[in-house]
Write a protein that binds this ligand. Structure first.
Ligand code: PCP
Length: 388
């Protein structure tokens, strides 16, 4: 008995691969065909409504390919990219790495999907708190990966203990309905939480279990006063009606009675569009399903050069490419690799070359940034990116 997942060794040894790659390698080797190729990873399109995306999963790709006879170049993790721009390339003898196409794409497609959704939610929320609450919607083996991608994409915190440990941050949580149902009353539950949970943990009262949120919010504020950080609305859809109006009403009643310090925390069914709608009055968000079940970035990996000659399948541009990014407006330009860098961007900004060496002859040659450093890169770009 065990969880239905592949181990680190199984992934790094190429067990998690599509069988046609194994048969292709056997065919080529049996026919004595050994050719050096360059393959590029590109997304021909982005999910509906997306004009830009965030690259994530590079740390795991480095872990997958380190020690293999390959040369890898890629954009730094957290880079902003667009459709049809190569984010990574592998140069090597094809049969030496063909079987790793499956895991490599898997690592980039899902992590970049979650990171981009997180960035869209954070862009919609501005400086308001966004916390990743999505672990319960996915296989627990993936929770640390999903939360890491959500954090580097812009989430301010994550709820899962293991994920927070890996990120070197404190896990963020409020209280579950179960506590209130078992104690029997929200205020009694809040007082017990306040008595037994370490003082450094913010006190957030969940106010939608039994009664009307407005009145429950006032009861919580009266019970804890200055020690109450926020009230959480996880109002069930059957009662949700006009949540924006409910938040405004509660805000009014709290402020009227001197509880303007109490923040309004919302969770349940949130995405970037709902956050944008509520952001004039809400102060914090717990986002679950729409983060962990975010649409993947549909990367594909294609040969663009064989034995130094540009060649690609129909629908793909041949030849090795470089991507330059304007440091001001984050516009990207794709040019053939051996061409000179573009001068100035039309916005006046200068260009930097994004694709840089990651692995040389199987050896990691790049310093991998920490999740916090990658998040900083994304947060710097967010204000300049096209609106949601
Ligand atoms: C859920 C839990 C998650 C929220 C909703 C994520 O509430 O609090 O954090 O929702 P989403 O996936 O729709 O974005 P409940 O299931 O009521 O759980 P609990 O009582 O544990 O808060």
């Amino acid at each position: 008995m065990g969880f239905n997942i592949a181990s680190d060794d199984e992934i790094r040894s190429g067990k998690v691969t599509d069988v046609y790659f194994v048969r292709t390698v056997r065919t080529l080797l049996s026919a004595g065909i050994r050719k050096r190729v360059v393959m590029e990873v590109t997304a021909s399109s982005l999910p509906d409504g997306y004009k830009w995306a965030v690259l994530a999963g590079i740390d795991e790709v480095a872990h997958l390919l380190e020690g293999k006879p390959v040369n890898v170049d890629c954009m730094p993790e957290g880079s902003i990219f667009h459709a049809s721009e190569p984010v990574l390339r592998v140069e090597a003898e094809y049969t030496d790495f063909a079987i790793f196409e499956t895991p490599l794409l898997g690592l980039l497609c899902q992590a970049s999907g979650v990171a981009t959704k997180a960035a869209r939610c954070k862009k919609a929320a501005g400086d308001k708190l966004v916390v990743s609450f999505g672990a319960r919607r996915m296989h627990p083996a993936l929770a640390p990966m999903i939360d890491r991608a959500a954090f580097i994409g812009g989430c301010d915190g994550v709820a899962v203990i293991k994920s927070a440990e890996l990120l070197g941050i404190e896990p963020v949580g409020t209280m579950p309905h179960a506590l209130i149902i078992i104690v029997g009353d929200m205020v009694e539950a809040l007082k017990l939480f306040d008595e037994f949970v370490e003082p450094g943990v913010r006190r957030t009262a969940l106010i939608d279990t039994f009664g009307d949120e407005k009145f429950e919010a006032l009861r919580a504020a009266e019970a804890l006063g200055e020690r109450l950080y926020a009230v959480r609305f996880d109002t069930p859809s059957s009662r949700r009606g006009n949540l924006l109006a409910l938040l405004k009403e509660t805000r009014w009643e709290l402020d009227l009675r001197g509880y303007s310090h109490v923040k309004l925390f919302v969770s349940g069914g949130l995405d970037e569009y709902e956050i944008k709608r509520l952001n004039e009055v809400a102060d914090a968000y717990g986002v679950g399903t729409s983060l962990s079940n975010a649409p993947v970035i549909n990367f594909a990996m294609d040969i663009v050069e064989v034995e130094g000659e540009p060649i690609a399948k129909r629908g793909k541009a041949s030849g090795v490419k470089d991507v330059y990014q304007c440091v001001e407006c984050f516009r990207n330009i794709v040019v053939p690799a051996n061409r000179s860098a573009p001068k100035k961007c039309q916005c006046g900004g200068s260009f930097v070359k994004l694709i840089q060496p990651l692995i040389r002859d199987g050896k990691l040659v790049a310093e991998l940034p920490s999740p916090a450093e990658i998040r900083e890169r994304v947060m710097k770009a967010l204000p300049r990116l096209e609106e949601i």
